[in-house]
Design a protein around this ligand. Structure first.
Ligand SMILES: Nc1ncnc2c1ncn2[C@@H]1O[C@H](COP(=O)(O)OP(=O)(O)OP(=O)(O)O)[C@@H](O)[C@H]1O
Length: 256
């Protein structure tokens, strides 16, 4: 059994996320085809692929926005089943979106507090209510906590989205293009924040990102999708040199 497959089996039994042979068809189009993926609690997993590879559809399947045509998503060894974003949050999955979805007229703190109120409504016994101030501090947002979210630069709005997802005390958090629109300095700082989130909250983190420098540095395990399927998975250093990945990204065979 290879590394990815053995990790997947461990996650299925353990407390992490396990996507088991999931397919999503829209009519005749296979947006996601037979995808198996795992993210253990405490692990940072990257997901890359060219436009249309199926990454967002996969995120939507994990977070309950879409229902798989076949296959299952497990969290902590329990199938999530055909479910909604609300029940996924209840199970412990939170996400951010490619297109930012903040309450722009509310302050940064209020945006995070709204999520905190949602968390209290969820039936998640035995899980400590996350501290809003601590989350703001972790994301470097304390100094702008009382500013309207819509007035912040784009990179900071992305951080507020992450803060809001963290207020749901997720076991696994899905970050959809968190570095989009950030300059190099901001995306470098985001790498430290993602690691701190993992260390402080002990959650699993799945990151979709087009910024290859960012994803190679932040991920411990990387999956590459193409035309709906996972074509390669493994440590970023190995994936980076894989011929199939070079071909998909650069449209040519790797030189020997
Ligand atoms: N609701 C839908 N109906 C029909 N086809 C869809 C639907 N959603 C996605 N698709 C198709 O599924 C495929 C995968 O799309 P998806 O958005 O998941 O890719 P992606 O890897 O996230 O791309 P990008 O990096 O551009 O966001 C594409 O061919 C897309 O056109």
């Amino acid at each position: 059994m290879d590394v990815a497959a053995s990790t997947a089996v461990a996650a299925n039994r353990g407390s992490g996320l396990f996507v088991d042979n999931v397919t999503k068809q829209f009519g005749g189009v296979y947006a996601v085809r037979d995808v198996t993926l795992s993210c253990e609690v405490g692990q940072i997993v990257g997901l890359i692929g060219p436009n249309g590879a199926g990454k967002t559809t996969l995120m939507n399947l994990i977070s309950g926005t879409l229902t798989p045509t076949s296959g299952n998503v497990y969290l902590g060894g329990q199938p999530l089943g055909a479910t909604s974003p609300e029940t996924c949050a209840e199970a412990g999955i939170a996400r951010t979106f490619q297109n930012i979805r903040l309450f722009k007229r509310l302050t940064v703190r209020e945006n995070v507090e709204v999520a905190s109120i949602t968390f209290r409504r969820l039936k998640r016994e035995g899980i400590e209510v996350p501290n809003v101030d601590e989350i703001l501090d972790l994301l470097g947002l304390s100094a702008m906590a009382d500013l309207k979210a819509g007035h912040l630069p784009y990179g900071h709005q992305r951080r507020v989205e992450i803060a809001r997802a963290l207020a749901l005390a997720p076991r696994v958090i899905l970050l959809d293009e968190p570095a989009a629109g950030m300059n190099e300095q901001e995306s470098h700082a985001l790498i430290s924040s993602v690691r701190m989130i993992r260390d402080r909250f002990g959650c699993g983190i799945v990151v979709i990102e087009h910024d290859l420098k960012f994803i190679m540095e932040v991920s411990e395990l990387l999956y590459v999708m193409h035309l709906g399927a996972v074509i390669v998975s493994g440590p970023p250093e190995e994936v980076r040199h894989d011929e199939r990945v070079i071909e998909v990204y650069l449209g040519r065979k790797a030189r020997k």
